[in-house]
Design a protein around this ligand. Structure first.
Ligand code: 4AD
Ligand code: MG
Length: 437
């Protein structure tokens, strides 16, 4: 089958007559020349209507066209004097003349744009960010497949919590209550014991009441889990994964990064090794930078930013206070010491903090593998042992050290695209007070 023309592959159609199926992005006239800026989903291209070169009919149609009208435009592809490609238009067939379009080139407030999200996604910057999102998701699949991981789908309707009970969404489930998953990890661990290396990839839900630029109530996570792995090999994997995502987007999405005016050299510098520091050492850095917190407290935005300023690179923070981490972490008494099978001061967690305020993009760590310790933790966290019977079974039948992490897709998209708020990194963001469209 011969390739069909699209703006994205215009380079292959130089000097050929093609028909573009798309929409009107903009129109302009200057004297005898008329400009028809068109989009077809794969990109934007300018059409030029010259008297003599273009059919009379096309001039008449041009005058009817409003922003976002649907068109079939036939003409010759050529190199544009301003770089890129343009079309010498011959004829225009109008498919639909659009009603006055609410999103115009003038500035609109965020509330208005969010209400019109279904149309806003056609605008250049939104379009570019979502194309990059798609590439990041593809690059994620690609990375894990190349490294012999099996995709393992965890359920979305679940009977119990993974990340603590405070942010669960619940829903009736016939005669009982179900919760929307906060993370596929616990099921992912069962997969790791069956397949060795797996990744869970899907939407996750948290009833986050916080209104920040990093929190959604529905977000996508990719969660690898590996048997016979520890904290260090987990960080090695995270580092390789991030590098692959960045290199792929730089190589394949240059036009979109340009639309977003992203500084490519900044993205190119995201290469391992990333600094690895303990929570205790991170606290010393916070102290030095005037944003100190007491031992045992979780990091907030100013603290994550301070780490970014200190290193100018993504940083792995490990050995967090056990008291602020979930029940499943393996713990240790000292930083760098061997994991203890018991209660320690530290959880063998590792979070990757992105620079420039994009926050924690990876959260993960090594899991507790002793059935007795885990049973005790479940009780200490006020969870019901019967809900975790199957999870405890993993520690009864061939228990091994294992580790994994979750990478938040939206925060990664924000970091790569330079978009300020995660609401612009997913087609339809779900947040406190945002359920429509
Ligand atoms: O650190 P978190 O809570 O880790 C877990 O859920 C683990 N069970 C994952 C695992 O080990 N398999 O979440 C992981 C990542 C965060 O680092 C962040 O990137 C993203 O998920 N994330 C959110 N993204 C957008 N909105 C939210 N409300 C998010 N909460 C977490
Ligand atoms: Mg976390």
């Amino acid at each position: 089958m011969s390739e069909r023309f699209s703006i994205g592959n215009a380079a292959k159609f130089i000097d050929q007559t093609v028909t573009l199926l798309g929409w009107v992005y903009n129109t302009r006239s200057s004297g005898k020349v008329k400009f028809l800026v068109m989009r077809d989903g794969s990109g934007i291209m300018q059409g030029v209507l010259f008297k003599g070169e273009c059919e009379e009919q096309a001039f008449a149609e041009f005058d009817r066209l409003t922003q976002e009208s649907a068109v079939e435009v036939t003409g010759v592809v050529r190199q544009s004097p301003r770089g890129g490609f343009e079309m010498g238009v011959r004829s225009i067939k109008t498919v639909q003349v659009a009603e006055p379009y609410p999103i115009t080139p003038k500035e609109h407030g965020i509330e208005f744009l969010m209400e019109n999200r279904h149309l806003w996604i056609r605008s250049q910057r939104q379009w570019a960010a979502l194309r990059i999102r798609s590439e990041i998701m593809f690059a994620s699949e690609e990375f894990f497949h190349k490294n012999d991981f099996v995709r393992f789908d965890a359920p979305i309707l679940t009977p119990s919590a993974c990340e603590g009970t405070s942010t669960l969404f619940s829903t009736p489930y016939f005669d009982e209550r179900a919760f929307l998953t906060q993370s596929g990890q616990l099921y992912g661990e069962t997969g790791a014991m069956a397949f060795g290396k797996i990744y869970v990839f899907g939407p996750t839900f948290r009833a986050e009441k916080s209104k920040t630029r990093k929190h959604l109530t529905e977000f996508w996570m990719v969660e690898p889990e590996v048997a016979f792995a520890d904290l260090n090999s987990n960080m090695d994997l995270g580092e390789k994964f991030i590098e692959h995502i960045f290199q792929t987007v730089i190589a394949r999405r240059a036009p979109e990064l340009k639309i977003l005016e992203r500084d490519i050299s900044k993205l190119e510098s995201v290469r391992g090794p990333f600094p690895r520091i303990s929570y205790d050492d991170a606290l010393k850095i916070l102290e030095k930078r005037g944003v100190g917190i007491p031992w045992g407290e979780d990091f907030g935005a100013p603290h994550e930013s301070a780490l970014g300023e200190e290193f100018g690179k993504p940083v792995f923070m490990h050995h967090m206070p056990a008291q602020i981490k979930a029940f499943y972490f393996k713990q240790s008494d000292e930083v760098g010491g061997p994991g203890v099978t018991g209660n320690g001061k530290y959880a063998l967690g590792c979070d990757l903090i992105a620079p420039d305020g994009y926050g924690e993009v990876i959260g993960g760590g090594q899991r507790e593998e002793s059935v007795d310790v885990l049973r005790r933790r479940i009780a200490e966290h006020g969870l019901k042992e019967e809900d975790y019977k199957w999870y405890l079974d993993l520690r009864r039948f061939g228990s091994v050290p294992h580790a994994g992490f979750g990478l938040g897709i939206e925060r990664t998209v924000a970091w790569i695209t330079g978009v300020e708020h995660v609401r612009e990194t997913i087609p339809y963001p779900r947040m406190l007070n945002t359920l429509r469209p």
